[in-house]
Design a protein around this ligand. Structure first.
Ligand code: ATP
Ligand code: IP8
Length: 276
C-alpha cells in the first residue's frame, strides 16, 4: 500500500478575497501541477480538499447557515451556500482535467451527516474504492444536513478529521496563505515569530496565539481552528492506528512549497505537527 496524504488547498489562496466567487486560476493550475508532478515522482495516494474562500463563505455568513434552520430564509440560504461551494469544486475539477490529474469529486453534503456541527456518520466506500482505482478523490468544505441544527457548515478540516478516523493518513498538509503558524497573527503583527514545530509540549501555548481569519466573511474559525484540528487529527491517527502521522501548515501561495511538502523535501515556509 502507498502512503496516504491529505492535502487542503486554502480558500484564501485559491480565490480572490475581495472579488466574490472569483477563482485564482493561475494559482489553482500551479498547485495542481505541483501535485501531479509530486504524485508521479513519489507514488503516494492522495485525498485532496479545498476551502471555499470568497465562494461559499460569503452566502454562509449572509444567511447565518451555521446557526441552523433558525430563520425563514435558512433553507434557501443553506441551498445557495451548498451550491456555491460546489461551483468552486467544479472549477477545481475542470482545471485538474486540463492538467491531466485524475481527480474525482465527492461532495460532503452527499456522503456525510452531522450532529450539532460535527460529522457523526458518512459513507466512504466510494472514496476508498476511488483511491484503490488510482483517482485523487476531491472533497471540500460544505453544508451538511445536521441531526440537531437542521443544517451546519463543515469546513474542509472537519471533513478531513472525519476521513482521518476512517483512513489513517500518514501525512496531512494544510496549505494556507501564510508561512505556517506564528506566535501571533503575522498579517497584523510584523514582529510575529514563526513556530517551527507543534507537539504535545507546546500545543496549548500555540493555540493562545492563533486567532481567526483576516477575512470578514470567514465562518470556520481561521488559524485557531486549523491548529486545533490538525493537532487532533495527528494525535487521533496515532492513537487509533498505532502509527505516526505528521502534519504541516504551509504556504500554498508560494511556488514550490506544496510540491516539496508532498515530496518530503525540507521546507522553511511551514510548521510541522506531531504527537509523541
Ligand atoms: N498565529 C497565527 N499564525 C498564522 N496565521 C494566523 C495566526 N492567527 C491568525 N492567523 C490568520 O489566519 C489566516 C489563515 O486562515 P484562513 O481561514 O484565512 O485561511 P484559508 O487558507 O483561507 O482557509 P479556509 O479555506 O478555511 O478559508 C492567515 O491569513 C492569518 O491572517
Ligand atoms: C463555507 C463553507 C460552505 C465551507 C467552508 O470550508 P473551509 O473553507 O474549508 O473553511
Amino acid at each position: 500500500m502507498e502512503p496516504l496524504v491529505f492535502l487542503k488547498l486554502g480558500g484564501g489562496t485559491i480565490t480572490y478575497d475581495s472579488r466574490e466567487s472569483t477563482p485564482r486560476i493561475d494559482v489553482i493550475d500551479r498547485l495542481l501541477s505541483e501535485i501531479k508532478k509530486a504524485k508521479e515522482e513519489h507514488g503516494f495516494d492522495l485525498i485532496l480538499g479545498h476551502g471555499s474562500g470568497s465562494y461559499a463563505h460569503v452566502p454562509a455568513s449572509k444567511y447565518k447557515v451555521n446557526e441552523g434552520l433558525k430563520y425563514e430564509f435558512s433553507r434557501m440560504g443553506a441551498t445557495v451556500t451548498c451550491n456555491t461551494a460546489k461551483a468552486l469544486n467544479t472549477v477545481i475539477i475542470e482545471e485538474a482535467i486540463k492538467i491531466g490529474l485524475d481527480t474525482y469529486p465527492f461532495s460532503p453534503s452527499s456522503f456525510a451527516y452531522a450532529g450539532n456541527g460535527r460529522i457523526i456518520k458518512g459513507v466512504t466506500d466510494g472514496i476508498r474504492k476511488s483511491l484503490e482505482s488510482g483517482f485523487t478523490p476531491v472533497v471540500y468544505g460544505d453544508v451538511l444536513i445536521d441531526d440537531v441544527k437542521g443544517v451546519t457548515i463543515a469546513s474542509t478540516e472537519e471533513v478531513f478529521n472525519f476521513l482521518s478516523t476512517e483512513f489513517g493518513p500518514d501525512k496531512i498538509i494544510i496549505g494556507a496563505d501564510v508561512d505556517g503558524v506564528f506566535d501571533s497573527n503575522p498579517t497584523q503583527n510584523a514582529n510575529a515569530k514563526k513556530i517551527d514545530r507543534v507537539d504535545n509540549s507546546n500545543i496549548d501555548t500555540i493555540l493562545k496565539g492563533a486567532s481567526g481569519s483576516n477575512k470578514s466573511f470567514d465562518v470556520t474559525g481561521g488559524m485557531h481552528t486549523k491548529v486545533e484540528m490538525l493537532y487532533n487529527m495527528v494525535k487521533g491517527v496515532n492513537e487509533k492506528f498505532g502509527k505516526p502521522s505528521i502534519g504541516y501548515i504551509g504556504n500554498a501561495a508560494k511556488e514550490g512549497v506544496i510540491g516539496k511538502l508532498l515530496s518530503g523535501k525540507p521546507v522553511n515556509e511551514c510548521t510541522e505537527f506531531s504527537y509523541r
